[in-house]
Design a protein around this ligand. Structure first.
Ligand SMILES: *[C@@H]1O[C@H](CO)[C@@H](O)[C@H](O)[C@H]1NC(C)=O
Ligand SMILES: *[C@@H]1O[C@H](CO)[C@@H](O)[C@H](O)[C@H]1NC(C)=O
Ligand SMILES: *[C@@H]1O[C@H](CO)[C@@H](O)[C@H](O)[C@H]1NC(C)=O
Ligand SMILES: *[C@@H]1O[C@H](CO)[C@@H](O)[C@H](O)[C@H]1NC(C)=O
Ligand SMILES: *[C@@H]1O[C@H](CO)[C@@H](O)[C@H](O)[C@H]1NC(C)=O
Ligand SMILES: *[C@@H]1O[C@H](CO)[C@@H](O)[C@H](O)[C@H]1NC(C)=O
Length: 468
């Protein structure tokens, strides 16, 4: 505890002095402003198991000159975590089998001989906590000017790692506020989030698994898509591993086991408090990491985004809440909104004094929400035959959109010489030009045009198909 506390303190000094963005005890290639930038050719190609990094943006994400931000909403994924309970059991068995069967580990494989599988399950890692602390600090640095009269209103899902993520975010946010020279910006700590608990009722806008029909029938599409791509990129890796590791034959590895083995690279990396790159990462080439990331993107796209019939529909509830917050009006929604919560100003405040919002959830829910907003709508269907294509394909990839500690900012601003409020959407520091409402050269639309463009959400998406 003492160690963590003092390193956080030193981190703060570093951040506050602004002489350097590197946190002590961490890699110098990891920073509050730009996230995880260590060996980007490898680490930025881990799909949703990547750690937040500043995504290249064609439009600067700076607050434009002559503009003043009047509203900010962050929608955040939790920080880096252990594997899920289900996966952690699979990884352990796989490692055991490999160690039992292979007779000699040489060169880059030699670490495997004495490697002990010790990853836990489900919980936020120390590295993940730091990501969220940094994320809160960064949010304050960007939007702190609004913090004076306006408390930060927070919601999370009920999952432990999400709740702790929100807590660490507020710790970073609050530390920045405490050190803010503007004395008017002082609030009480701790902040108390509204927890959206799916165990108490099904209407939860930060989770995705409400569309019964979809969950039962259509998920096989993403399984097929994923397997098709795996059958393209995995066989050469399979062959190489069998050549390099005598005895591996007797494990009878399936193609999907190779993907599991690759997963250990990101998970071991984020299990290191400093984010030190795991030796598992060096067993595969840069091109293979791109192929792996594409595998994760294909799955996400066909399970939760435009590639899934009811993917975007599952994000509609949250988008209608966003509209309510941005227009200071009651929530109108017939999908996943819980009106008991949203019609109560204690659990869903809108209007004067309520312009700073932070919601915390999971990658899949965020993907449905991005899709319901029409983001990445010009992504061509991912075709399972090429590499991770974020740069050429509308900015869509799981690594660019929903890495650990991913964050979308939705901001409103007032600008000199412009009577109407403008809206901008920024995903992991990449400005997403709002083409659907006629974006200007800075990617922005007027609030009216933005809300009109959210017709899909305002009409409830295809919610009627969810239960048929
Ligand atoms: C990263 O990848 C790019 C494109 O494949 C390549 O040009 C560059 O040399 C690589 N950088 C490093 C540090 O390996
Ligand atoms: C994250 O929050 C937990 C729970 O309050 C705390 O124990 C931990 O020290 C925090 N981590 C960081 C990096 O602030
Ligand atoms: C709405 O939220 C309240 C408070 O958490 C809960 O008691 C209720 O069951 C929820 N209703 C639905 C339909 O989810
Ligand atoms: C999803 O399932 C429904 C019902 O089985 C089917 O009609 C629809 O074509 C499926 N969607 C896709 C994209 O295959
Ligand atoms: C939960 O959602 C259903 C479907 O949209 C809706 O009919 C119901 O009124 C909602 N319940 C609450 C408490 O908002
Ligand atoms: C995406 O674009 C298509 C074609 O313009 C449109 O029909 C659809 O409603 C859009 N989806 C969303 C979620 O905005």
């Amino acid at each position: 505890m003492v160690v963590v506390a003092s390193s956080v303190f030193i981190l703060l000094l570093t951040v506050l002095s602004r002489s350097s963005h590197a946190a002590p005890g961490r890699n110098t290639c990891d920073s509050l402003e730009n996230g995880y930038q260590c060996r980007p050719n490898v680490t930025h190609h881990w799909g949703q198991y990547s750690s937040y990094f500043s995504v290249p943006s064609d439009i600067s994400d700076e607050i434009p000159h002559g503009c003043r931000v009047t509203f900010a909403q962050v929608l955040s994924r939790h920080g880096a975590r252990d594997p899920t309970t289900y996966k952690t059991a699979l990884y352990k068995v796989l490692v055991d089998n490999i160690q039992r069967s292979v007779t000699s580990f040489k060169g880059k494989y030699s670490f495997l001989k004495n490697y002990e599988y010790s990853l836990g399950a489900e919980q936020l890692s120390v590295f993940g906590q730091q990501q969220m602390f940094n994320s809160g600090a960064k949010f304050y640095n960007r939007y702190g000017a609004l913090a004076g009269q306006n408390p930060l209103f927070i919601r999370t899902t009920v999952s432990h790692r999400v709740i702790v993520s929100a807590e660490n975010f507020t710790q970073g946010y609050h530390e920045m506020m405490r050190h803010d020279k503007d004395a008017s910006r002082k609030g009480d700590y701790p902040y108390s989030p509204v927890v959206l608990d799916k165990n108490q009722g099904p209407n939860v806008t930060l989770s995705h698994n409400l569309c019964d029909a979809y969950e039962r029938r259509n998920r096989s599409i993403s399984d097929e898509a994923r397997e098709t791509w795996a059958s393209v990129f995995i066989p050469p890796i399979w062959t190489r591993l069998h050549r390099d590791l005598p005895g591996l034959d007797s494990v009878n590895l399936r193609l999907s086991d190779i993907v599991l083995l690759m997963d250990l690279c990101p998970f071991e990396t984020v299990a290191s408090p400093t984010g030190a790159i795991s030796p598992f990462c060096y067993l595969f080439s840069e091109q293979e990491w791109q192929q792996y990331s594409y595998f994760k993107s294909v799955n996400t796209y066909y399970a939760f985004s435009h590639g899934a019939t009811l993917g975007p529909t599952q994000g509609v509830g949250w988008v209608n809440e966003l509209i309510a917050r941005m227009t200071a009006s009651p929530v109108e929604d017939v999908t996943s909104v819980n009106h008991t919560l949203d019609d109560d100003t204690k659990t869903f405040p809108v209007g004067k004094g309520h312009v700073l919002f932070a919601d915390f959830g999971h990658d899949n829910g965020m993907t449905t929400i991005f899709s319901a907003m029409g983001l990445y709508n010009d992504t061509k269907p991912l075709a399972f035959d090429h590499l991770d294509s974020a740069k050429t394909n509308g900015g869509y990839s799981a690594a660019w959109t929903v890495p650990f500690a991913a964050r979308m900012y939705v901001e409103k601003m007032e600008c000199e010489g412009e009577k109407k409020e403008l809206v901008r959407v920024i995903v992991n520091d990449r400005v997403q030009p709002l083409k659907q409402c006629g974006a200007d050269r800075l990617g922005r639309c007027t609030l009216d045009a933005f809300v009109s463009s959210l017709e899909f959400a305002r009409n409830g998406g295809k919610w009627d198909k969810c239960f048929t």
